[in-house]
Design a protein around this ligand. Structure first.
Ligand code: ADP
Ligand code: ZN
Ligand code: ZN
Length: 743
C-alpha cells in the first residue's frame, strides 16, 4: 500500500494503571509518513470516544485486532514535538524500576512538550568611552547606588551584555537599565533567536596544570573513553581538591571525541563561579537549565541540544534528559545530594537513571563528592565502579583545624548561652582582625512555632500533623499545605493567654549576635530570607563582597560560593540533625558537618571549625571533625548491615494515603497481608507515617526489604494489581524504592 506503516501503538495520557499499556490505532492516509515514533497525537478513547492525547511508541504494518475495531488517529497535537526514541527506553526502565504509569514516566523524561515561540533577545551595547563610564561608576559609588555601579563596571569590562544577565546575575532592576540607556551610556539591540542563558564572556581564565592526583583521574578516564570501555567512576575528593578542574578536562575530552556532556549539579550549587569556569572554556557551546527559566527558555535549550548547537548542558536533575544525539559523558557533582531523587512519582534517582543512559549510549558516568553516598562507596568497595581519591586541597592550603566542644561541659561550667566559651573567644578574635565568620544551624529549626507555656500544647495545622509557624507577628501558616490562620490570642487547648512563639533557630542566633557584637554586620540565610527569587544569590554575593562579617544560616550556606575571607566556621548544634527519626540521620549529619567545616580557610589564612554537640563521642561527629570519610563509612555501613537498611539491602516503601483514617488503615493491613503471603520478605509495618496526616490525608507505610531489586519490583506489581480493585476515591498509593527519607 502507501508508504509508511499503517498502524501505530499509542500510550495515552492517563494516570490509571489499568490503562497503562499501548493501544493500537490506524494511521489515516493523510498522516501516513508524517507520524513517527515519538509523535504526539490526538486519539479517540473510551466508550464516548472522547478525545485524548498520547505518544506513538511503535509503528507496525499489522494489527492483532480486527480492522473494524481499530480507530483512526485524529491528528497531531498542534505545536508538539516528538519524543526521542531513547526516551521510551529510559521511560520503560523508570517505570519498571520505580513504579508509576508509563505516561508518568514519559512526563519525567520528556522535559518540554509544547513548542514555544522564540523570543526577542536583548543586549546592552556600550556607547561611551570606558573612562567616562568609570567616572560615572565612581559617582554612583559615592551616591551608594550599588546596582547602578555594578552595571556600569560591568559595561567597562564588556562591550555587549545580555539584558537577561544584567537583570538576573547582576540583579539590576529594569528601571536602572532604562536610566542607563537614557543617559547614553549604552543602547539596546534586539534580535530574535534561541534564548541563550549565557553569562557574560569570561576572559583570561588561566588553564591550570593538573596535580598528580587530578592527573591520575583524568588520564585513566580519558584512556577508557578512547578505548570505548567507559564505565562508572567515583571521584572522592576533599572540599577544594579540584574536582571541578577534573570535570572540565573530562568534558573537553568528550567534546574532542565529538560527544556531548551532561553536567548535573544540585540546583542550589548552580552558581556563577561554576558556570563561569565552563563558559570560559567552552563559550557558546555550553548552556544551562534551571528551575527559574521559562518553559520557552528550556525548550530552546532542548532544541539547541538536538540541533547540535551545544556540547555541554549544565543543570539540576532534569537536565539528565537533554536530548543530545551522542552522549559521551555524564558528570554528577555532589552525587550524595538528596535533590537528585525525584520527589514525585516516579521517584527515580538521577544517579541510577544516568547509569542506564550511559549504558545505552556507551558513555562514561563520573560521580563526584567530598562525602560520597553510602550507595556509591559501597559499589566502589565491591569493585563495581572505579574509585579515585583526591586527598589534598588543590591550592595546597591545609584543611581547617576542627575542634569538638562538649556542650554538656559548657552547661556544667555554668554557660547557658548558645556559644561555647571557645567559640566565643575565636569569634572575638576573628572580628577583631576583620575576618569573616559562618555560623551554621544544621536544621531549619522550628521557625516560629506557637506553644503554650501552661499546658505545653503546640498549635498545629488542622489538616496536617505538623505545627504551624508565626508569620509577620499575627498570622499562622502551615509549611506543608499553605493553610493560614489568624494567630490565636489564647491557647486553643487550655485557654491560657501565655502563648509564645519559639524563635527560628537562625533568627534567634542573629538576635543574640546583634547584642554581643553591636555594629558588626550580619546576614541571615534560611527558608524565610530566601523565598524571593534571586535572594539566595544576593545574600551569598554580598557576603562574598565583604558587606557583612558574619553569615548565619541553615544548610543552604554550606553549598556554592567559595569565601576566601572566612577563617571561622561555627556549628552551633550538631545534634539537631542526628535526632531525626530516619536511618539516614547520621549520614546527613556527617555530610553537612564535613561540608560545613570545609568552608573555613579557603583563602590565605588558615581556618578553624568548631563543632558544638551534646554527643561528642558520636562517630558521625568524630569522623567529620577528622575529615575521615572511610571511618564514617565503615561504622555506618556496619549499622546498615545489622539493621538491614540500604545499601546493605534494598527497601521498597509502599505509602498509602487516604482521607478516611479507618478505611486507609484497614487497606494498609490487608495489603500487608498480601505482601506477607507472597514470599519471604522482611516487612516493617503497616504503621502510621512519622507525620501521620498531611493536607487531610492520613498516611500509612509498609517497608519491604530484599537484597534483590527485581524481587521488590515483583512485589510492587502484586501491590498494584491488588490495589486496582480495592483503592477507593480519595485514596492513593505511592512507591518509593530505597527512599531517602522515611515519611
Ligand atoms: P572542588 O570542586 O573539589 O571543591 P575546585 O575545583 O573548586 O574544588 O578547586 C578548588 C580551588 O583549587 C579552585 O580555586 C581552583 O582554581 C584551584 N585548583 C584546582 N586545581 C588546581 C591545580 N591543579 N593547581 C592549582 N590550583 C588548582
Ligand atoms: Zn497543613
Ligand atoms: Zn494551653
Amino acid at each position: 500500500m502507501a508508504n509508511g506503516s499503517q498502524y501505530a501503538d499509542v500510550i495515552i495520557d492517563i494516570s490509571i494503571d489499568k490503562l497503562d499499556r499501548p493501544f493500537t490505532y490506524r494511521i489515516p492516509e493523510r498522516l501516513s509518513g508524517i507520524i513517527c515514533v515519538g509523535s504526539r497525537v490526538r486519539i479517540p478513547f473510551g466508550g464516548g470516544n472522547s478525545e485524548k492525547k498520547g505518544y506513538v511508541t511503535a509503528l507496525k504494518d499489522n494489527a492483532d485486532l480486527e480492522d473494524s475495531k481499530i480507530k483512526d488517529i485524529l491528528g497531531l497535537v498542534d505545536g508538539s514535538i516528538s519524543a526521542e526514541e531513547r526516551s521510551f527506553e529510559i521511560a520503560a526502565y523508570i517505570k519498571d524500576t520505580y513504579g508509576g504509569t508509563f505516561s508518568q514516566a514519559l512526563k519525567a523524561v520528556i522535559p518540554v512538550k509544547a513548542k514555544v515561540k522564540p523570543v526577542e533577545h536583548k543586549t546592552l551595547i556600550r556607547r561611551m568611552r570606558t573612562d567616562e563610564i568609570r567616572a560615572l561608576a565612581d559617582e554612583a559609588f559615592r551616591l551608594k547606588r550599588t546596582a547602578k555601579e555594578r552595571l556600569l563596571r560591568a559595561l567597562i569590562e564588556d562591550e555587549r551584555i545580555p539584558v537577561s544577565f544584567v537583570t538576573r546575575q547582576l540583579n539590576v532592576s529594569g528601571q536602572t537599565v532604562n536610566s542607563i540607556i537614557k543617559s547614553g551610556v549604552a543602547s539596546l539591540e534586539s534580535d530574535t533567536e534561541y534564548r541563550k542563558p549565557t553569562v557574560a564572556e569570561i576572559k583570561n581564565s588561566k588553564s591550570l596544570s593538573l596535580n598528580e592526583e587530578q592527573e591520575k583521574v583524568v588520564s585513566k578516564i580519558c584512556a577508557d573513553m578512547d578505548a570505548g570501555t567507559c564505565g562508572t567512576y567515583l571521584v572522592h575528593g576533599v572540599t577544594g581538591s579540584g574536582k571541578t578542574e577534573v570535570y572540565l578536562r573530562l568534558a573537553e575530552k568528550s567534546v574532542l571525541l565529538g560527544k556531548q556532556v551532561i553536567f548535573l549539579i544540585p540546583e542550589i550549587a548552580l552558581t556563577y563561579q561554576t558556570l563561569a569556569r565552563f563558559y570560559s572554556k567552552f563559550g557558546d557551546r555550553v548552556s544551562v537549565l534551571n528551575s527559574s527559566m521559562s518553559s520557552g527558555e528550556k525548550f530552546d535549550q532542548c532544541e539547541r541540544a538536538k540541533a547540535g548547537d551545544i556540547d555541554i548542558i549544565i543543570g539540576p536533575r532534569s537536565a539528565l534528559f537533554t536530548p543530545f544525539n551522542n552522549i559521551g559523558l555524564i558528570i554528577i557533582d555532589e552525587e550524595h545530594e538528596p535533590s537528585y531523587k525525584s520527589e514525585n512519582t516516579p521517584k527515580y534517582h538521577a544517579r541510577e537513571v544516568a547509569g542506564k543512559i550511559c549504558e545505552l549510549s556507551g558513555a562514561a558516568l563520573v560521580l563526584g563528592s567530598a562525602t560520597p553516598s553510602l550507595e556509591s562507596y559501597f559499589r566502589a568497595e565491591k569493585g563495581e565502579i572505579g574509585l579515585f581519591e583526591l586527598k589534598e586541597r588543590a591550592t595546597g592550603r591545609a584543611l581547617p583545624r576542627t575542634e569538638i566542644i562538649d556542650l554538656r561541659a559548657e552547661l556544667a561550667g555554668g554557660n547557658r548561652s548558645m556559644f561555647s566559651r571557645r567559640l566565643k573567644a575565636l569569634m572575638d578574635e576573628a572580628i577583631a582582625s576583620g575576618d569573616q565568620i559562618m555560623l551554621f544551624l544544621n536544621r531549619r529549626g522550628f521557625s516560629g512555632q506557637l506553644s503554650c507555656r501552661e499546658c505545653g500544647e503546640v498549635v498545629k495545622c488542622p489538616h496536617c500533623d505538623v505545627p504551624m509557624s508565626v508569620h509577620n507577628g499575627n498570622k499562622l501558616i502551615c509549611h506543608y499545605c499553605g493553610e493560614t490562620a489568624q494567630k490565636p490570642v489564647v491557647c486553643p487547648s487550655c485557654g491560657s493567654k501565655y502563648l509564645a512563639a519559639i524563635k527560628a533557630g537562625t533568627e534567634a542566633v542573629e538576635e543574640r549576635i546583634g547584642k554581643m557584637y553591636p555594629g558588626v554586620k550580619t546576614l541571615r540565610m534560611d527558608k524565610d530570607t530566601t523565598s524571593a527569587k534571586g535572594s539566595y544569590d544576593k545574600i551569598l554575593s554580598s557576603f562574598a563582597e565583604g558587606e557583612a562579617q558574619i553569615l548565619i544560616g541553615t544548610q543552604m550556606i554550606v553549598k556554592g560560593h567559595d569565601f576566601p575571607g572566612v577563617t571561622l566556621v561555627g556549628i552551633l548544634a550538631a545534634d539537631l540533625s542526628l535526632g531525626v527519626p530516619d536511618y539516614r540521620a547520621s549520614e546527613r549529619t556527617f555530610q553537612l558537618l564535613t561540608q560545613a567545616c570545609g568552608r573555613a580557610g579557603r583563602g590565605e589564612k588558615p581556618g578553624y571549625s568548631i563543632i558544638q554537640t551534646y554527643q561528642p563521642g558520636h562517630y558521625a561527629i568524630l569522623s567529620s571533625a577528622a575529615q575521615d570519610y572511610k571511618r564514617f563509612y565503615e561504622e555506618e555501613m556496619a549499622y546498615r548491615e545489622t539493621a538491614g537498611y540500604p545499601p546493605a539491602v534494598h527497601m521498597l516503601a509502599v505509602q498509602l494515603f487516604g482521607t478516611d483514617e479507618k478505611k486507609t488503615s484497614n487497606l494498609a493491613l490487608e495489603l500487608g497481608n498480601v505482601i506477607k503471603s507472597n514470599g519471604t520478605n522482611r516487612i516493617l509495618g503497616p504503621a502510621p507515617a512519622n507525620i501521620g496526616k498531611v493536607q487531610d490525608y492520613y498516611r500509612f507505610v509498609i517497608y519491604i526489604k530484599n537484597a534483590d531489586t527485581e524481587k521488590l519490583a515483583d512485589i510492587r506489581k502484586i501491590c498494584e494489581e491488588f490495589l486496582t480493585s480495592k483503592i477507593m476515591n480519595q485514596m492513593y498509593v505511592q512507591f518509593d524504592l530505597d527512599p531517602l527519607n522515611l515519611i
